[in-house]
Structures are given as structure tokens and as C-alpha cells.
Ligand binder design. Structure first.
Ligand code: URP
Ligand code: ZN
Ligand code: ZN
Length: 469
């Protein structure tokens, strides 16, 4: 047999254009891209009427994360199956440094948890939580290992995860020397803790319920931290990446900084683009608690504009799944809600439906946001995030005519609720192909447990990614 798979009659989508072509896959790689490919294959996929994208890459997921007194409900096996069902072929999770241990200890420990379970390819961001000059010295070795991004929390002081400004500044300085990317969760810890205490009274919680989560996190909580991180990045000449950005102020700050050539990039997530903080006032408002919290219409509008204009380069999900039972442990106290939401399984149809179908994004821009830019900024391009011959055959085939109502009961995730329950979507991934193997078909997992590989990443490409139309 000449090829393993030939995908025929589809339209290939890249960040710069779309065109009709066939793709032939041999082994783990794309062998040929061209018109009317002849030859035998074990499997011919007729992709008439469908769009062929590089597999989606979700650079922000937390599988089996110990957090808020519990552990997120999708583990490496089930969470990566869910990702595959949603068209995602690579995820990036997090390796949290333990006090007194090294970053490489954290990466190796996380790999032990993931390697035998993970069903799609994956990488890790290293998370310093115990900063010292030794940790700074280690960053270069972590890069050589293949982990080229570091994530620092400007919040979560009581959880012991916070990086103070001196740590962030020092990491940014180092990033300019070694070419790493410094991701930050930008929220202003001191004022957030102050406001949290204000709402953490019986009277306030009786009056506002889960909405206290929103009240304690006004936009300036994110804006101040984004502004401060940008100030440090500019002064240090570092490479900054704002994770899960949720505010219009954040988008403006990134835009301004980029106009001064500060190396700052940002991602947002479907829930910040599509859900409003009014949800916290509903009976089940506590389910939606995530950090940063959901914002308002004008933020959503500005974030969509930022995706189009380039101040937001990536859509990720910040998947951190907690079941109803886990969320219900809050018992009326907003500070006890496990923070996070499911998302990796629905990012593609949501962005296709709410972005491309509505005309907010072109199909090419969607390709940049969910596939090509993640690969470039995270140092995996063109092995991941492209449809070029010789690269990994990571492919997602989207059917623009498929209609699907999001229903957690039909999804792979362990989550027993969905923030998008009942939403109608089109653009369901019909096939997800990982290194030449079909790992999901029509939303059902078809791959093998443990077949995902750890991806050794190179230096982030901060120049060539697709930043706007
Ligand atoms: O609420 C969230 N986002 N949970 C996951 C941890 C984080 O801050 O990203
Ligand atoms: Zn975060
Ligand atoms: Zn996160």
C-alpha cells in the first residue's frame, strides 16, 4: 500500500488562505499535498464539503490538577480523549514546582502522571512556585529538555502558587536571554484578597451568593496586573504571554504595548468570549466560577475585536473540570468553589459557530488562533500546526453543515454539566487524526490510551506567527 490515508475532495485551511487539495498520509507524516492524488491507501476519506485544518492545539489545560481542595475531574486519559473528540491533537498542561524541588523534578513527575495515559500529543509549561537564583539558572536546562514556556501566577497567595514581582521580573530578564516565553495569570493579588475579604461575610454571601465571585473581581483586578506585567516585560526586555485574558482593558493594554514593540502576547478562552457574569446570579451560578471570572458584554465585544486585530493571538480553553458534586462543596461560600470549567472538547465547534459563522472571524483567522499561532508561539511549528508535507499528520476535518446541540451527556468529558449546555453549534470535527491515526470520528474516541507523545518544544517563534488579517 502506497499510503495509509488519503483525504480527498476537501478544502485545506491555513492562516493565509484556503484551497482545494488532497492530502496523503504515510506513517505518522503528511506525505503529499496536491490535486487529485493517485495511489492506494488503507483508508480513503471523502471530505467533500468539509474543511481540513491542522489539528487544534489547546495550550492551556489542567488535567487531574490538585486545586481548591480537590482534583480536577478529567484525568490525562479521559481529558485527552475529550480533546481528541473535539478536534484537538496537542494539549499543553502544567508542571508545578514543589517547594524545595526543581522545575525539572516537576516536569518529570508530571510526565510520570501523564505518559501512560495521554491519548494525544502533549507538552507542559513549567510553573515556578519557589523562586530563587537557582530556579532562574535552571530555566535554560528546562528549555533544553523541551519545555520552552514558564507560567507564573500573580495570584493564589494562600495556595502557595504566587510569584511575587521580583520573581516575575527576574524570569522575564532570563526569558530575553534564552528566548523562553513567560506566561502569567494576571490578577492583582493584594487588592483581590482585600475585596474577597469584603464580600466574605455572612451578610454579603446571603445577599449576593455566587455573584460575590464577580463582585470581588472587578476589571481593574486584571487590568492592574496586566499593566504591571507589561511594565516589567518592557523594562526587562522579556517575552510575556498573558494567559486567559478576560477584559477590554487588558486588550487595550496589550495593543498599546505591542505598538511600542513590547514582546507581549495574549490568549483568551471561549467562556470569556461567550458568557456573561450575570450567570453567577442564577441558581447554579457557582458552577461558572473560574479565575478570572466571566465579564460583561463590552468585554466580550472587545475580546472578539482583539482576536481579529491581533492583540489576542490564541484561543485556549483553560480546561479545569469540576463536577457538580465538587462544585457543590461550596455550600454558599464563594471562596470555597473549585475554580474552573470544562472546555477542550467544545472549543472548535464554538469558535467555528460563534466566530466564523457569525462573520467575526475568517476561517483562516480561526486556523491561526486555534492551531498555527499556538504551534508557533509555543515552539512546535511546523511539526504541529501546519499541513506541510513532512510534518506530523495532525489533522482535523470539520463539517460546516453538521448541527449539534452541546450536551454534556454526549461528550467524553467526566463533567456532568456544561457551561454551553443546549447551545447549537455547527462545524463539528468529523475526524481527528493524530500522527496518521484516526483518534476520533464523529465525536467518538477511536484512539489508544497512552498513544500520545510528549512533544519536545523549541524556542517560541515571536515573529512569524499570524498576528492579524
Ligand atoms: O479557575 C481557573 N482558571 N482554574 C485553573 C487554574 C488557573 O488559574 O488557570
Ligand atoms: Zn490561571
Ligand atoms: Zn489555567
Amino acid at each position: 500500500m502506497q499510503y495509509d490515508i488519503i483525504i480527498k475532495n476537501g478544502v485545506l485551511v491555513t492562516s493565509t488562505g484556503r484551497y482545494e487539495a488532497d492530502i496523503a498520509v504515510k506513517g505518522e507524516k503528511i506525505a503529499v499535498v496536491g490535486q487529485n492524488i493517485e495511489g492506494d491507501a488503507k483508508r480513503i476519506i471523502d471530505a467533500s464539503g468539509m474543511y481540513i485544518f491542522p489539528g487544534a492545539i489547546d495550550v492551556h489545560v489542567h488535567l487531574q490538577l490538585p486545586f481548591c481542595g480537590t482534583v480536577s475531574a478529567d484525568d490525562f486519559e479521559n481529558g485527552s480523549k475529550a480533546a481528541a473528540c473535539g478536534g484537538v491533537t496537542t494539549i499543553i498542561d502544567f508542571a508545578m514546582q514543589k517547594k524545595g524541588k526543581t522545575l525539572l523534578d516537576a516536569v518529570e513527575k508530571r510526565r510520570e502522571e501523564a505518559d501512560d495515559k495521554v491519548c494525544i500529543d502533549y507538552s507542559l509549561h513549567a510553573v515556578p512556585t519557589d523562586w530563587s537564583s537557582k530556579v532562574r539558572d535552571e530555566m535554560g536546562r528546562v528549555m533544553e529538555y523541551g519545555v520552552s514556556s514558564f507560567k507564573m501566577f500573580m495570584v493564589y497567595r494562600s495556595e502557595g502558587l504566587i510569584s511575587e514581582d521580583d520573581a516575575l521580573f527576574s524570569a522575564l530578564e532570563e526569558s530575553s536571554e534564552i528566548g523562553a516565553l513567560i506566561g502569567v495569570h494576571a490578577e492583582s493579588a493584594t487588592i483581590l484578597d482585600y475585596l474577597t475579604a469584603r464580600y466574605h461575610t455572612q451578610d454579603m454571601m446571603k445577599k449576593y451568593g455566587a455573584y460575590c465571585h464577580a463582585l470581588s473581581r472587578p476589571n481593574y483586578i486584571e487590568a492592574e496586573a496586566v499593566s504591571r506585567a507589561i511594565t516589567w516585560a518592557e523594562a526587562a526586555g522579556g517575552n510575556l504571554y498573558i494567559v486567559h485574558m478576560s477584559t477590554k482593558e487588558g486588550a487595550e493594554l496589550v495593543k498599546d504595548a505591542r505598538s511600542r514593540d513590547v514582546k507581549v502576547f495574549a490568549e483568551t478562552c471561549p467562556h470569556y468570549l461567550l458568557l456573561e457574569d450575570e450567570l453567577f446570579k442564577s441558581n447554579e451560578g457557582h458552577l461558572y466560577a473560574t479565575c478570572p471570572q466571566l465579564k460583561k458584554q463590552d468585554d466580550m465585544i472587545r475580546l472578539w475585536k482583539g482576536l481579529e486585530g491581533g492583540e489576542l493571538s490564541i484561543v485556549s480553553t483553560d480546561t479545569c473540570t469540576f463536577t457538580r458534586e465538587q462544585k457543590n462543596k461550596w455550600n454558599g461560600d464563594f471562596t470555597k468553589i473549585p475554580f474552573g470549567m470544562p472546555g477542550v472538547e467544545t472549543i472548535v465547534p464554538l469558535i467555528y459557530t460563534q466566530g466564523v459563522q457569525t462573520g467575526r472571524l475568517t476561517m483562516e483567522r480561526m486556523c491561526a488562533l486555534v492551531s498555527e499561532n499556538p504551534a508557533r508561539l509555543m515552539g512546535m511549528y511546523p511539526q504541529k500546526g501546519s499541513l506541510l508535507p513532512g510534518t506530523d499528520a495532525d489533522i482535523m476535518i470539520i463539517d460546516p453543515d453538521s448541527r449539534q446541540i452541546i450536551d454534556y451527556e454526549k461528550l467524553q468529558t467526566n463533567c456532568d454539566w456544561s457551561p454551553f449546555q443546549g447551545w447549537e453549534t455547527v462545524g463539528m470535527p468529523r475526524y481527528t487524526i493524530l500522527r496518521g491515526e484516526i483518534v476520533a470520528e464523529n465525536g467518538k474516541f477511536k484512539g489508544k490510551t497512552g498513544a500520545g507523545k510528549f512533544v519536545k518544544r523549541g524556542k517560541p517563534d515571536l515573529i512569524n506567527f499570524c498576528n492579524d488579517y
